[in-house]
Design a protein around this ligand. Structure first.
Ligand code: HEM
Length: 230
């Protein structure tokens, strides 16, 4: 096992996980006033509405697809009746659709961030960096799901990437599993870990502030002041 393999599939992921934990604690305790996605809606609204809508809806499905494919062992999935062919078709059709929606969304957000002058000049380095990083991650993801599988044949990541990914969480990393993984899958994963590392230092912190309480909150009733003329 080469040094590079040890670095990429053991040291680097743990480094990024450690940075994200410490970074979040640091950012939360020192910079709560800026803990947001710093809305730029006032500067440009049309592309933002579509880009943000498509990206956020797409990424929710992509997230659950990753949980299914990476965290839940293949044996369990087949035990509940989802065989190889069914899983493979689900990954291509559902995963492919979710990925396509996500990639269109992030593409719109990317051209808006760089192409709209008002948005561009008011963006920080972090804003511009994270959008390119997300675009590349999602781009490689969809390339793997749709193009790699269609052109080069199905790559069974549930016997390689998934057990390697789970091995990190039980502190028994097995980098050998990643040796024969295709390059585009490796790039996707390395970039994703890089995103985990930079997460606390970018606008991505807003992920932790999903307004869940908003759903349960009682209605706010607006009434005219007593005696006020319409
Ligand atoms: C270390 C964490 C991650 C791992 C191990 C991982 C692994 C994978 C794998 C194995 C696939 C399936 C390829 C196929 O179908 O053959 C995939 C697809 C994909 N990934 Fe990731 N991924 C990670 C993080 C992310 C992140 C953070 C994002 C988004 C920001 C993302 C976005 C996508 C997209 C859009 C697809 C294609 C659509 C889909 O299958 O849902 N991935 N990823």
């Amino acid at each position: 096992m080469s040094y590079w393999n040890q670095f990429l599939w053991v040291i680097f992921p743990y480094m990024m996980i450690a940075i994200t934990i410490v970074g979040h604690i640091y950012r939360y305790s020192t910079d709560q006033m800026n803990w947001s996605s710093r809305s730029s809606e006032i500067l440009e609204n049309k592309t933002l509405r579509w880009g943000s809508l498509l990206f956020h809806y797409g990424i929710i499905f992509v997230f659950f697809g990753h949980v299914l494919g990476l965290l839940i062992p293949k044996t369990f999935i087949s035990a509940i009746g989802i065989n190889y062919t069914l899983y493979h078709n689900m990954a291509i059709y559902i995963g492919g659709t979710a990925g396509t929606i996500t990639v269109i969304g992030i593409f719109l957000l990317l051209i808006r961030r760089y192409g709209n002058k008002r948005v561009s000049v008011t963006s920080s380095f972090g804003d511009k960096f994270i959008i390119v990083l997300l675009f590349l991650i999602v781009g490689f993801g969809i390339y793997n799901t749709l193009f790699y599988n269609l052109y080069f044949g199905h790559f069974e990541y549930r016997s390689t990437i998934s057990p390697w990914f789970r091995s990190l969480f039980i502190f028994s990393p097995d980098p050998k599993l990643m040796l024969h993984v295709p390059l585009t899958y490796k790039i996707h994963i390395i970039l994703a870990f890089l995103a985990f590392g930079v997460w606390p230092f970018t606008r991505l912190v807003h992920i932790w502030s999903i307004p869940i309480a908003y759903i349960k909150r009682s209605h706010i009733v607006y009434r005219r002041r007593c005696g006020e003329v319409k």
